[in-house]
Design a protein around this ligand. Structure first.
Ligand code: SAM
Length: 246
């Protein structure tokens, strides 16, 4: 998958291309990140990318550099592609959305700045508007990185054999279970005995039960019985019964 990023701050992205899961994906040739510096698509000496908002207010990202950068992207990747504007006014980004985007061959991410982007960019170039939450950041760079990292974990072959995203919170219709590592005892706190038992069936059941318990406690909205398999549904009813009893 190729991620194109249109930004005025390419340097924000470089550390992410060198370390961690995105770097692994690049090294394993499962993904590619092509960053377009919007200032390279300006024509004046000062490489201006913003201008005053008509009607008053702050600065706005100008249309020309974004349209010219998109022309270059379209030359490099000719097929149809999703073009995402990062905006606090967009659809909230979720694991489901990430799975949907992960099926694409290329994704263009446009990072806004200032008061946002000229409306004609949104009207003409954009297929999707994505927000990473109900708060306002100074730019679309961090949201783009959130989107890139989330999708990268899903692309087959990026995480490697030792780790799979399928057991994560939100991929399952419940939150992940608690994890422990060595030492068995830490500052008086023990690892639950069952995890040391070697009984894989019992461990699986314990994990499922703990996952359901914490989902019920923290995010009951996620627990839809019709999405659960028979065994999980049975354990959920057991958890609910135990909660009622005390
Ligand atoms: N004036 C805009 C508004 O109130 O809707 C906010 C502009 S914000 C200061 C500048 C840029 O940061 C936006 O164009 C967008 O690209 C990015 N941004 C800020 N918060 C975001 C969020 N929650 N999700 C995605 N992008 C965000």
């Amino acid at each position: 998958m190729i991620f194109y990023v249109l930004t005025i701050f390419p340097e924000f992205f470089y550390p992410f291309l060198e370390k961690g899961i995105v770097a692994k994906g690049i090294e394993r040739k499962k993904l590619e990140i092509r960053i377009k510096n919007l200032r390279d698509f300006t024509k004046d000496k000062r490489r201006t990318v913003d201008d005053y908002s008509f009607g008053g207010g702050g600065m706005v990202l100008k249309p020309e550099p974004v349209f010219l950068a998109m022309d270059e992207v379209n030359k490099e990747f000719k097929n149809k592609k999703r073009v995402v504007l990062l905006t606090p006014q967009g659809e909230i980004f979720t694991q489901r959305k990430a799975e949907e985007f992960a099926r694409e061959k290329a994704l263009v991410l446009i990072c806004g700045r200032y008061e946002g982007v000229d409306e004609r960019i949104r009207e003409t170039l954009i297929t999707d508007e994505i927000s990473i939450g109900d708060y306002v950041l100074a730019g679309g760079e961090l949201p783009s990185l959130v989107v890139i990292e989330t999708i990268s974990r899903i692309i087959p072959g990026v995480l490697g054999k030792e780790r799979s995203y399928e057991e994560d919170s939100f991929t399952q219709p419940f939150l992940d279970w608690p994890h422990y590592t060595r030492p068995r005892e830490f500052r008086g706190k023990q690892v639950p005995e069952i995890l040391l038992s070697g009984n894989h069936q019992e461990i699986k059941k314990w994990r499922l039960k703990e996952a359901l318990k914490r989902t019920l406690q923290r995010r009951p909205d996620l627990l839809k019985e019709e999405l659960l398999d028979k065994e999980t549904g049975k354990i959920l009813r057991e958890v609910k019964r135990e909660r009622r009893l005390g």
